[in-house]
Design a protein around this ligand. Structure first.
Ligand code: NI
Length: 182
């Protein structure tokens, strides 16, 4: 069972800091941080998390897409922990879709993201990994990567009218679902 770890909320200074690269992937302290991150992801309805969100300004993120009530259309995958990640868009093509953040509860916004990216990161064993990501998973990665640069998704909103409450978001989802099955 996970300890009661608090998720840093918008306004916390750590969410606005540029995270520092991890030098020793084998450090026990890093292992603890990663374990906490994975615990939170399995206990919450989040699909990704960055270390600054639990108060550690280091370049570590986890992508853990799964269908939940927060993201009913998310694909299911094993969580991937990425240390010192970097990425390049594979095409300039962007798409807009809804995002939310455990550090900014209660709201959603439409955010443009690259549709197809290539990611390089170090895994927990110290191996360099290159991975191509598309669609929702690419979106989750770019959202978490922003956290490592001291950014949050609201910084990328194109128009304030693209921000809605979570309650309205769920109404929208229910409406889409009923249209699909009509
Ligand atoms: Ni977030």
């Amino acid at each position: 069972m996970s300890k009661n770890i608090e998720i840093e909320q918008l306004g916390a200074a750590v969410l606005r800091m540029t995270a520092v690269p991890v030098e020793n992937v084998k450090s026990p302290k890093l292992g603890e941080v990663i374990e906490e991150m994975l615990d939170i992801l399995s206990d919450s309805k989040g699909v990704g998390l960055a270390a600054p969100q639990i108060g550690h300004s280091i370049q570590v993120l986890a992508v853990a897409s799964k269908p939940t009530s927060r993201y009913p259309n998310a694909p299911l995958m094993e969580p991937i922990v990425m240390i010192n990640p970097v990425f390049q868009p594979l095409t300039q093509e962007q798409e807009r879709d809804w995002e939310g953040c455990l550090s900014i509860p209660g709201i959603r916004a439409l955010i443009p993201r690259y549709r197809k990216i290539i990611v390089d990161y170090t895994d927990m064993t110290g191996t360099l990994v290159t991975l191509e990501l598309t669609g929702f998973v690419a979106r989750v990665f770019q959202h978490e990567y922003d956290h490592l640069q001291g950014m949050v998704y609201l910084d990328r909103v194109e128009n304030n009218r693209d921000i809605i409450s979570e309650t309205e978001f769920f109404k929208l989802l229910a409406l889409q679902k009923s249209l699909l099955h009509a």
